[in-house]
Design a protein around this ligand. Structure first.
Ligand SMILES: Nc1ncnc2c1ncn2[C@@H]1O[C@H](COP(=O)(O)OP(=O)(O)OP(=O)(O)O)[C@@H](O)[C@H]1O
Ligand SMILES: [Mg+2]
Length: 607
């Protein structure tokens, strides 16, 4: 995944991109968001009135004049003080209840929307992961990807709803309280505002620091997850080779770095809070001093002074919280960037806009001067490969290990696209077809036996979920797998553990052969179909495989050359080049290298 530590830590453009990419998820919840936003506005509006109830009460109790603007609208304030006090206190309670109601509605619906968006985005990211080509997955660290899918996606809820909600609420509150303060007494108000530039500067600085620390922490957490996932998968290797302590040391190192980064962020934030509190305390004290003197001089009433004090306090509260929200934004932007990296990774094998479904095909396959490299930076693995497999023919690929055989057939499924040249089917470039329909025409037996953590039945039917039980059993029988499956306590309902660890290598291989048989597609690819089997099973299977090849264009890779002697065409690969092609007899007659390879194997087999 892209490492971009050297880029500016806080990149607003990335934030904008984040909202552009995930913005559409808001639209589905526009109704609930409107309710939440309206509640937010109402809550702020009502809370503005709260200090007045207590201020007027103070003036009544202290027998001070009620401001004329207020008195003219509420003459009852000038009547019986007990009645006025009762009305004010009731109003106080009602306002408190309303504030809590509006806060609840706002917070609740925002949470509902946030959680739902997280769920939707997670589904979107997973779907994208499935589309990403093997080039991406080969390079990605699985633990890091899992960490992004789980923790990061969860964390972006803050970025999606909580932080915007906080920002809006606080900015509106600060605006309204600040405005009222200015109207009440502009001099005092300006005094209250003097701390703002200092606060902004420190907020920015802390935000940058926290962002950097969070980025480091997440990277380390991803590494921790990768070490865990790798060790879990390879525990036999680690235990057998006695590498527990060195693996643990690496784990401890990454875990410690994650903690260090986390502590840095915590320390930065704590220091920031301390400074904020100090600033606010000094500013409040100055206002109390100036305001207190004004009361003593008789310039303002106690109630007005209280109002002023209260609004100032209510102004600093949100300012404080606003700065927290900004720092939090900087922190959670990291999770946003990491999720965005997944979604924006375009290592996807795309359908072109003109792609069509594969029509009825004959199954004639041609490699037209195909070259391929796994990475732009590394050398080519296939160089100018050209050959034709006529419909229904069996083409065998032979060559030393690493010659490019598996790579060649992976181009047929478009796991990768050629770097140069084209693979065609019935004369049409594979890229002209939709991936899905292309792959539905191909059955593949991979060299690495891959099984899912599902029942044996589901594994066999993985390529054709609609298969009946009879068809599944028939395929298993052809693959020489029925015998061992029937002996298992749960038979076809036995759960295959992760990576097929509860089966033997040969059993896993026979399951994957059964899966290939059941798939039943016009093009068949067999990569080392019988490599891990005993001689008897191999002999039985060879018959089944021969039968399977009838009427299908087949590609077969086998190190045992005698198993492919009957192939219509043998491609002899060396270091990514087809050095010769022809039937076994032709190659045997004219190619010394082929003869050498063949005799080597005959010798190897005999030994
Ligand atoms: N995913 C990959 N990324 C980068 N290089 C790869 C990848 N897969 C294979 N290679 C390289 O490509 C070359 C050809 O590999 P390939 O798997 O096609 O060989 P092969 O002929 O199938 O060998 P074998 O007989 O051992 O299965 C090798 O040098 C290998 O290192
Ligand atoms: Mg191979």
């Amino acid at each position: 995944m892209a490492e971009n530590e050297n880029q500016a830590a806080l990149d607003p453009a990335k934030l904008v991109r984040f909202y552009r990419v995930f913005g559409r998820h808001y639209l589905q919840h526009i109704g609930l968001l409107t309710v939440a936003f309206t509640s937010l506005l109402l809550g702020i509006g009502v809370s503005l009135a709260l200090p007045w109830t207590l201020a007027l009460l103070l003036d009544i109790v202290a027998n001070q004049p009620i401001p004329t603007v207020v008195a003219s609208h509420a003459p009852w304030l000038l009547g019986d003080p007990m009645v006025a006090a009762a009305v004010l206190l009731t109003a106080y309670v009602v306002i408190k209840i309303l504030i809590s109601l509006f806060t609840f509605l706002d917070k609740y619906y925002v949470s509902v929307v946030g959680e739902t968006m997280v769920k939707d985005i997670r589904e979107r990211v997973f779907a994208h992961l499935q589309r990403l080509s093997l080039s991406f997955h080969n390079a990605a660290e699985s633990g890091d990807v899992i960490f992004r899918m789980t923790k990061d996606v969860k964390d972006i809820k803050k970025l999606l709803v909580n932080i915007p909600q906080d920002l809006v609420q606080r900015i509106l509150t600060i605006g309204s309280y600040g405005g009222i303060l200015l109207v009440l007494n502009w001099k005092l108000a300006l005094l209250a505002f003097t701390v703002i530039p200092t606060i902004s500067r420190y907020t920015g600085k802390t935000g940058l620091g926290v962002h950097k620390a969070e980025k480091k922490k997440k990277k380390k957490e991803g590494k921790v997850a990768t070490i865990v996932s790798e060790n879990l998968r390879n525990m036999p290797l680690v235990q057998a080779f006695g590498r527990e302590s060195s693996e643990r040391a690496e784990f401890v190192k990454q875990n410690q770095s994650s903690l260090t980064a986390d502590l840095t962020a915590i320390r930065l934030f704590a220091r920031f809070k301390r400074l904020m509190d100090m600033l606010v305390a000094v500013a409040t004290a100055s206002i109390l001093y100036v305001g207190g003197r004004a009361v003593l001089d008789g310039g303002v009433t106690l109630g007005t002074f209280y109002i002023f004090y209260k609004y100032t306090e209510d102004l600093y509260g949100p300012i404080d919280k606003l700065t927290e929200a900004i720092v939090s934004l900087a922190k959670h932007q990291v999770a946003g960037e990491r999720t965005l990296e997944l979604v924006e990774s375009d290592m996807v094998i795309h359908d072109t806009s003109a792609a069509v479904a594969v029509p009825e095909i004959q199954g004639r396959i041609e490699f037209d001067d195909v070259s391929f490299a796994y990475k732009k930076t590394s050398g080519p693995v296939l160089e100018h490969v050209g050959f034709t497999a006529e419909s229904g023919e069996t083409v065998a690929l032979v060559g030393h290990s690493g010659a490019g055989k598996s790579t060649l057939i992976s181009l047929l499924l478009r796991f990768y696209d050629p770097t140069e040249g084209a693979v065609t089917i019935d004369g049409r470039d594979l890229r002209k077809f939709t991936l899905r329909s292309l792959r539905s025409h191909v059955t593949i037996l991979l060299q690495d036996t891959l099984l899912m953590h599902k029942t044996i039945r589901e594994n066999i039917a993985f390529g054709r979920p609609s298969a009946t039980d009879e068809e599944i059993v028939a395929a298993a029988s052809k693959a020489e797998a029925h015998g061992f499956i029937a002996k298992l306590a749960d038979g076809y309902d036995t759960i295959v553990s992760e990576d097929g660890r509860n089966l033997s290598g040969g059993q896993r291989q026979r399951l994957s052969i059964a899966r290939a048989i059941l798939r039943d597609a016009p093009i068949l690819i067999l990569d080392e179909p019988t490599s891990g089997l005993d001689a008897q099973t191999e002999a039985n299977l060879t018959v089944a495989i021969d039968r399977l090849q009838q009427g299908r264009t087949t590609f077969i890779i086998a190190h045992q050359l005698r198993t492919i002697r009957n192939a219509d065409k043998i491609l002899f690969l060396e270091e990514g080049n087809v050095v010769d092609q022809g039937t076994h007899d032709e190659l045997f007659a004219r190619s010394p290298q082929y003869r050498e390879l063949y005799e080597l194997q005959q010798g190897g087999t005999a030994a």
